[in-house]
Design a protein around this ligand. Structure first.
Ligand SMILES: Cc1cc2nc3c(=O)[nH]c(=O)nc-3n(C[C@H](O)[C@H](O)[C@H](O)COP(=O)(O)OP(=O)(O)OC[C@H]3O[C@@H](n4cnc5c(N)ncnc54)[C@H](O)[C@@H]3O)c2cc1C
Length: 375
């Protein structure tokens, strides 16, 4: 790749170092974008407000004590439970992750009322959901536990304002380019005042919330890996230990259950104890058809932004203004899936690389002029 010869947001001077790029968001879109930019030779840093990577591809470890005071632990894939890979470029990334042990194909037996019970092939990162993003991000400097709270133009490009739980706000930069790989509402807030047409378009995107129940029962004779549910507060239930690379302690069954978007929205501000009680009852009915199973653990997670219901409207895979030093990617540029998020981030990395490669750096042109002709 190139040295920096693009006009940066400040009109900064040409220089020999690779352009500095900040990617905000370490979900699959940000990870795909950062991986592509690193491969192309950019100086890229990823920022995320969470302490881990993966975003909505998440796994949580939960502990509880039984009646004898013995502590047990299990993990739940409480966000995205699996995904599909349909496009050749994404399939080849999954093939490589599978070879290296970061993903597995899963022939999932799903109960659905219509059509009849079926099997389908899906992909699951191993040994947990964030493993795939960790794999994509290997070699990329990470700044985790820092929410980006503001964006400021300065003579060298863009400064990011950061906040965390412990220290006072600070700034980091300047960066030649800033990539937004965060949910649309947050991206719109940061872009307002800098790129208002993008902020307006992102404000029109809709992502439905989801309350997720994480529960452990006695082991049950349940023939499915997962079930699509109707006429219930719940839309989807899965036995987490049936996914590749997951385990449960002997005699126990870990469950993840997603409430419907409508129920989640109606109860978005309810207190977690109430939500746990309602969803646990709903899961119990579905599992045993009446008598309650023996519960060992139950807790909930509220996803304020879970699954896309209205995508960006222009049909583009991402937005890029390398002249301004700004770009946006994420699953809302597609169908709200992991694959769409990966594709959007990968596409944005290509667009940024192409725009820098299109204009050879002034320093390189000067070197060429000094070279002796070869006879
Ligand atoms: C309950 C649930 C079920 C799902 N089911 C499926 C499914 O079956 N199949 C499927 O393909 N997809 C599913 N999805 C959707 C899938 O998880 C997403 O499409 C995908 O993970 C989106 O990736 P992303 O990188 O675009 O965004 P995200 O994963 O949301 O990543 C954004 C990142 O930005 C960070 N961030 C946000 N604001 C800031 C800030 N100000 N500063 C710094 N960092 C910030 C967040 O911490 C996060 O890590 C599901 C999601 C949920 C929650």
């Amino acid at each position: 790749m190139m040295a920096n010869s693009q006009p940066d947001a400040s009109g900064g001077a040409d220089r020999l170092e690779p352009p500095r790029i900040a990617v905000i968001g370490a979900g699959v879109a940000g990870a795909a974008c950062a991986a592509g930019l690193l491969r192309a030779g950019f100086d890229v840093t990823v920022f995320d407000k969470s302490r881990g990577v993966g975003g909505r591809m998440a796994t949580r470890r939960v502990q509880w004590a039984d009646g004898n005071g013995t502590v047990h632990a299990t993990s739940f894939d409480h966000g995205c439970p699996y995904f599909t890979a349909t496009r050749p470029r994404f399939q080849s990334v999954i093939d490589r992750a599978e070879t290296l042990g970061y993903a597995a194909r899963w022939r999932q037996h799903v109960y659905a009322t219509f059509p009849a019970p079926r099997a389908r092939q899906v992909v699951v990162p191993t040994p947990n959901m964030p493993a795939f993003c960790r794999h994509l991000l290997s070699g990329v400097p990470l700044r985790l536990g820092h929410a980006v709270t503001g964006l400021q133009q300065c003579p060298g490009g863009w400064l990011l304002h950061l906040a965390d739980d412990h220290t006072a706000d600070c700034t980091e930069g300047p960066f030649d380019q800033v990539v937004f790989a965060i949910p649309p509402t947050q991206a719109a807030m940061l872009l307002r005042g800098h790129q208002n047409d993008w902020a307006d378009a992102l404000s029109a995107v809709r992502i439905a919330p989801c309350w997720t129940l994480m529960a452990v029962t006695d082991d049950l004779d349940w023939p499915w890996d997962a079930a699509e549910v109707e006429r219930s507060e719940l839309a989807w239930i899965a036995r987490n230990d049936r996914a590749p690379g997951r385990q449960a302690a002997a005699g126990l069954a870990p469950w993840v259950a997603h409430a419907t978007p409508a129920w989640s929205l109606a109860h978005l501000e309810d207190n977690p104890e109430q939500v746990t009680a309602v969803l646990r009852t709903a899961l119990g009915k579905l599992l045993t058809g009446g008598h309650a199973p023996r519960w060992h653990h139950a807790s909930v997670q509220r996803w304020r932004y879970a699954q896309l219901t209205r995508p960006t409207s222009d049909g583009l895979d991402c937005w890029s203004r390398t002249d301004l030093g700004l770009g946006v990617c994420g699953d809302s540029f597609g169908d709200g899936s992991v694959e769409a998020g990966w594709h959007s981030g990968d596409e944005l990395a290509d667009e940024i690389s192409a725009s820098f490669d299109a204009a050879p750096p002034a320093s390189v042109e000067a070197d060429l002029e000094l070279e002796e002709p070869v006879h």
